[in-house]
Design a protein around this ligand. Structure first.
Ligand SMILES: Nc1ncnc2c1ncn2[C@@H]1O[C@H](COP(=O)(O)OP(=O)(O)OP(=O)(O)O)[C@@H](O)[C@H]1O
Ligand SMILES: [Mg+2]
Length: 235
């Protein structure tokens, strides 16, 4: 379980552009559950994730299984987290699909994946027609998203964070991905999305950031009935 306590993030600290992005954020992402993190554009979803992954400075505490992430050594921490970013273009950085998917496995587990292992992963994502020596940059938007998800999870992390994992995917690919997500066991899964309905069959919990940046959280079905949530989605 990830527990976020009194999180506050201030951008451009100590400059004339200083701006509090989020504050007083308290929420939990339970283990063995899929939690949707939702809210308007600019609500602070990516900022919460960047705090969890320690990629922005923040105030407050973030605990993973009761251990403060500030106390977890870098290597241990990277082992725990798999994060597929909102924009795969920002994530993809190697010159072949094989290298991209193998990277976390090699660097974190300390062992290369075999070509067959990579091909098997591609097959499960419906990318079996693709040559693993090809440059990821040459792929379509949807294909890049699939590669970014495979790359971020190749080291089998216990916390999976997917920012808009179904964006720019065609319908068969969405189904494949949802099926893949539904088979995940014993992990903490966080999905950022603007489309909660797409995840209705796999989501356990919703954490909703309201327009005035308050947190509403609870079981999927319960939060769907929440007034602020209904107002937000029915407009
Ligand atoms: N480095 C920064 N400097 C100034 N403002 C920032 C910075 N990073 C984020 N912000 C602002 O903080 C707010 C929250 O941004 P964030 O990216 O967390 O939103 P989000 O909920 O992920 O939105 P989206 O759904 O569009 O991805 C936005 O208004 C954004 O402009
Ligand atoms: Mg975002």
């Amino acid at each position: 379980m990830i527990k976020i306590m009194n999180l506050k993030v201030v951008a451009n600290q100590k400059t004339p552009f200083e701006k509090t992005i989020i504050e007083n954020i308290n929420c939990e992402f339970p283990k063995n559950k899929v939690t949707l993190l939702v809210g308007a554009s600019g609500a602070g979803k990516s900022t919460i994730i960047n705090s969890i992954t320690k990629t922005v400075p923040y105030k407050g505490d973030i605990l993973i299984d009761n251990i403060n992430t500030k106390k977890i050594k870098n290597h241990e921490f990277h082992k725990m987290i798999g994060y597929a970013m909102q924009n795969p273009e920002k994530q993809i950085f190697t010159t072949t699909i094989y290298d991209e998917i193998n990277y976390a496995h090699k660097n974190i587990i300390g062992q290369d994946m075999s070509k067959e292992q990579v091909q098997e992963k591609l097959k499960k994502s419906g990318l079996n027609h693709i040559d693993i020596e090809k440059a990821p940059r040459s792929l379509s938007g949807g294909e890049k998203r699939k590669i970014s998800i495979l790359a971020s999870t190749s080291h089998n992390p216990e916390i999976l964070i997917f920012d808009e994992p179904l964006a720019s995917l065609d319908n068969p690919s969405k189904k494949q991905h949802l099926q893949m997500l539904s088979k995940i066991e014993n992990k903490t899964v966080i999905i950022i999305t603007h489309n909660i309905v797409e995840f209705k069959n796999i989501a356990d919990k919703i954490i909703f950031i309201t327009d005035d940046k308050k947190i509403i959280q609870g079981p999927y079905a319960e939060i769907l009935k929440n007034e602020a949530m209904q107002e937000y989605y029915n407009d």
